[in-house]
Design a protein around this ligand. Structure first.
Ligand code: ADP
Ligand code: ZN
Ligand code: MG
Length: 474
């Protein structure tokens, strides 16, 4: 690009995303892959430690998970895929090479659509392949330790076309991808745990010409993706304004300092000397195998959202929030199916329960939550009281089902009492009485409200309304 020309600038972003698969074992050996919390170097064997003579054996499940992702993205599956060696030296890579797929990746093409500012955006997928993860370096003040537990853990790498147009779009795309991966049950895709990591590439297009890209490695939070990309855009703009050429630079991201850190410039670009791994036969994906995988495909998030819209009247935005975590989506769906008016479920789950839902498990048991909603819908429990009980239960002050039963016991049930209360309120509010007689039916609601207040919420508002209506007619 000619320096110094600043006409219409457009930001262009492409992502390379690494997804850690939820298989029980590693990609090429039978060591456990769920290393989180395991003692360092306890999940290793000659294969993943790269000892001479040890041979890799491909994990079928990992391939099936990768195929699931490829199918969900609408990618073309390669009938014959191949594994390549990517050679480089690094202490966390005991073999001296990483097994990946370069020339014949498992799948290519496809796309993912997502919402950003109410608009649907579609990003094309360039390719998707399987590879193994490296070990982990732990840097201490005076030394560095190596943990090989992560070595050989299966990853799917998804490479997008440069179709994203802003750091925000990149973030929202990743969110949508996370939702998809979680629904496919192939990864927890938790960025904080490194189960979803992303290398972001960005350039500025001037007058229709694709600019030189700046790469930022290993971003591991949505915020970091957005912040780092914004910083890289600024970096490029500065250069262009100063009339400088943009060199190809690879950055890391210092989250604490909120700034880019130069990792390497173009001259240091690696030559990885890729070649087909002679220890591994080509990977054949038969149509029979593929249809097996298809049979096990869970409902996709966008299919679920469409079904919810029909069955439970769930608006798009609300569906998005509910779908972000399958555990919550499942909880919501069970609530919707268990209550007489499923349309009320969104409000109950998103507005009432959501604020208390901070970790994996729901703040109250499903059955108790359903009981609470049913009681309110039946008119056996005032809504305000129900919210109070929910708060108590969710903050550890009792079991919800027990609180509901106790509250019900306290309810003013005897008809005599309710009638006395109703008459009292009517007598005290002659204006409301006159309004009602003049046809202003909302006066009824006011009177019920007054009566509920007097009963300190311990009455059934539906029954009260009936009684007040009868008295007003008489
Ligand atoms: P490399 O050969 O340097 O790895 P690739 O062409 O394979 O580059 O692309 C890697 C990633 O960078 C892809 O996600 C792609 O969409 C993105 N990308 C490529 N060119 C650009 C560009 N000019 N601006 C922004 N992103 C780009
Ligand atoms: Zn192993
Ligand atoms: Mg490339």
């Amino acid at each position: 690009m000619r320096p110094g020309i600043l006409t219409v600038m457009e930001t262009v972003i492409g992502l390379e995303i690494h997804v850690q698969l939820l298989t029980r074992t590693k990609l090429f050996c039978s060591c456990r892959a769920d290393y989180f919390g395991a003692p360092p170097n306890s999940l290793t064997c000659p294969v993943c430690l790269g000892l001479p003579g040890a041979l890799p054996v491909l994990n079928k499940k990992a391939v099936e998970y990768a195929l699931r992702v490829a199918l969900a993205l609408g990618a073309r599956i390669r009938e014959v895929a191949q594994f390549d060696r990517k050679n480089y030296f690094y202490p966390d890579l005991p073999k001296g090479y990483q097994i990946t797929q370069r020339d014949m990746p498992l799948a290519s093409g496809g796309s993912l659509s997502f919402k950003v500012d109410g608009q649907t955006k579609t990003v094309r997928i360039r390719e998707l392949h399987l590879e193994e993860d490296a070990g982990k370096l732990v840097h201490l003040a005076d030394k560095t330790l190596i943990d090989f537990n992560r070595c050989g853990v299966p990853l799917v790498e998804i490479v997008t076309e440069p179709d994203l147009r802003s750091p925000r779009e990149a973030r929202e795309f990743l969110r949508a991808l996370r939702t998809l991966l979680r629904h496919l049950r192939v990864s927890n895709a938790d960025m904080e745990k490194g189960e979803l990591r992303c290398d972001a590439n960005v350039s500025i297009t001037v007058a229709g010409q694709l600019g030189t890209k700046t790469e930022i490695k290993n971003l591991n939070s949505f915020r970091a993706v957005e912040r780092a990309l914004s910083a890289a855009v600024e970096y490029q703009q500065e250069k262009l304004r100063g009339g400088e050429r943009i060199e190809q630079v690879t950055f890391g991201w210092d989250d604490a300092a909120d700034k880019l850190v130069v990792q390497r410039v173009k001259e240091e670009a690696h030559d990885y000397r890729y070649f087909p791994d002679p220890d591994l036969v080509p990977l054949l994906v038969s149509s029979a195998w593929l249809s097996e995988v298809m049979k096990e495909m869970p409902e996709l998030p966008w299919q679920r959202a469409a079904r919810w819209a029909k069955e439970f009247n769930v608006p798009e935005r609300e569906a998005e929030a509910l779908l972000s975590e399958p555990v919550r989506a499942d909880f919501f769906e069970q609530v919707a199916k268990a209550i007489p008016n499923p349309k009320a479920a969104v409000g109950w789950v998103l507005s009432e329960l959501w604020p208390y839902w901070t970790d994996e498990n729901p703040p109250v048991p499903l059955a108790d939550f359903v009981l609470l909603i049913r009681k309110v819908e039946e008119g056996a429990l005032p809504r305000a009281k129900a919210k109070e009980l929910l708060e108590q239960a969710a903050t550890g002050k009792g079991k919800l089902a027990e609180l509901v039963r106790a509250a019900e016991g306290e309810l003013l049930r005897d008809e005599e009492g309710l009638r006395a209360l109703a008459s009292e309120v009517i007598a005290a509010n002659p204006q409301a009485l006159a309004d009602y007689k003049a046809g202003k039916t909302q006066a009824l609601g006011y009177l019920v409200g007054q009566a509920m207040k007097k009963a300190q919420g311990k009455a059934d508002p539906k029954r009260l309304a009936q009684i007040i209506r009868e008295l007003l007619k008489g």
